[in-house]
Design a protein around this ligand. Sequence first.
Ligand code: FAD
Ligand code: NAI
Length: 465
Amino acid sequence: MADTDFDVIVIGSGPGGYVAAIKAAQLGLKTACVESRETLGGTCLNVGCIPSKALLHASELFAEATNGALAKFGVKVGQVGLDLDTMHAEKAKAVKELTGGIAFLFKKNKVEWLKGRAAFTGQNSIDVAGKAYTAKNIVVATGSSVTPLPGVDIDNEVVIDSTGALALPQVPKHLVVIGGGVIGLELGSVWKRLGAKVTVVEYLDQILPGMDKEIRADATKIFKKQGFEIRTSTKVTKVERNGAGAVVTVEPAAGGAAETIEADVVLVSIGRRPNTDGLALERAGVQVNNRGMIEVDHSFATKVPGIWAIGDVTPGPMLAHKAEDEGIAVAENIAGQTGIVNHDVIPAVVYTHPEIASVGKTQEELEAQGIAFKVGKFPFMANSRAKTNRDTDGFVKVIADAKTDRVLGVHIISSLAGTMIAQAAQAMEFGATSEDIAYTCHAHPTHSEAMKEAAMAVTGLPIHI
Ligand code: FAD
Ligand code: NAI
């Protein structure tokens, strides 16, 4: 191939793209990353993982101060007030620090930031803001954006998407969330804790699709106990602006009588779709599948030599850590090394309170595949640290192969589930059996002991129940 401007150009600077660019540069490849946003870091750092977790953390502190959680432990606070502007400012500070951190890492690793929107002009060439660039390898890491609900206009004032829900200037009296998935429950939790009434309208018969059935059922119970109104098997047929608010028309998913719900704010969170508009993929000969995603092989190569794709724009869970790991692997593959991601062991965490975390197969998936399995469960009600902290919601469920005892899936509801799931992911990556976990010494008193006890329950009996 004739000389090119770069060895690698990465399109998109989200967790997939920025990690791929840094890793490629670390491996000695001349690398650029194209980003059209004003700051690096993609959805995750700018309008996703980071600002949502900032608001989840802040709103949890507010809830603890107002709902009696502190008072129960004898911590007396005076009149508790909400300064939403300060809460938003602290969130913005975290976003600024972290997106600025990527700019620093780009400089440190000599990754050139090409500012603007990229469009392919050929197999090895792109246009960015009217300038042509060539590269031996181009990695598409353009991420995803909100799936619109047909007939519902998002104005980000009254009818909002997740980005709007991260920036509401005041607490709505009644927030109607369309979609009982991760975004609806996390951002619904933020505004619920700050004082909103929250109604979740979910099309399916249960919230949190993809999670283990027992986890979904327990989560529903817990969220209802917290005061969420959850309307499953219900579809939204219309959302109409009504002065300062909106009227949402719903009916049973299976058909039936319609009814209306009045809301101050309506959050549309029914999923995300891959970003390929305007990329002119056809000029490079890259095709998308029927869901608009770019298909890749196990090395993240598309069918077109020299063009690779990672992260939300490709099939699989739309998660930042999946994108990051693919970013490292694709750079390794481009550099002639062997980059692999084990897609069977990608943890998923919902950062509500309690958190919900999962890795590996659900019980329903194993049943559908006809794989024989054993289950061990342990409730936090019997975990000493959870009891001490008055934090007993949830349980750990370990699923292991009936013949080999190899751990196939772990599912947790707990205030610390997001942290605890790392142990399960590592155990599964190392091919652990439930016995391996059961015979690993876990520090006392910790929530993690519930994982050990659930593993003990797979083949025998736990001690503490
Ligand atoms: P993205 O982060 O979407 O980045 C793609 C980048 O490419 C964008 O910056 C975009 O501007 C840029 N781009 C697109 N097209 C072009 C073009 N033609 N030219 C130049 N630039 C372009 N995941 C988690 O794992 N944990 C969480 O806690 C979590 N919380 C979330 C909360 C919210 C509210 C949302 C919306 C998402 C959350 N996610 C979370 C999902 C996570 O943000 C995504 O999975 C992740 O950002 C995907 O990374 P990516 O690199 O594939 O793409
Ligand atoms: P989601 O796929 O998690 O949930 C969407 C929900 O909307 C589903 O329950 C679905 O059945 C329901 N739905 C679809 N159409 C509907 C309709 N017409 N009426 C009512 N309900 C309908 O999608 P969500 O919450 O928008 O999140 C998008 C992506 O962002 C997810 O894939 C997730 O991986 C990622 N994300 C991850 C987070 C995390 O890791 N903590 C946090 C936030 C987002």
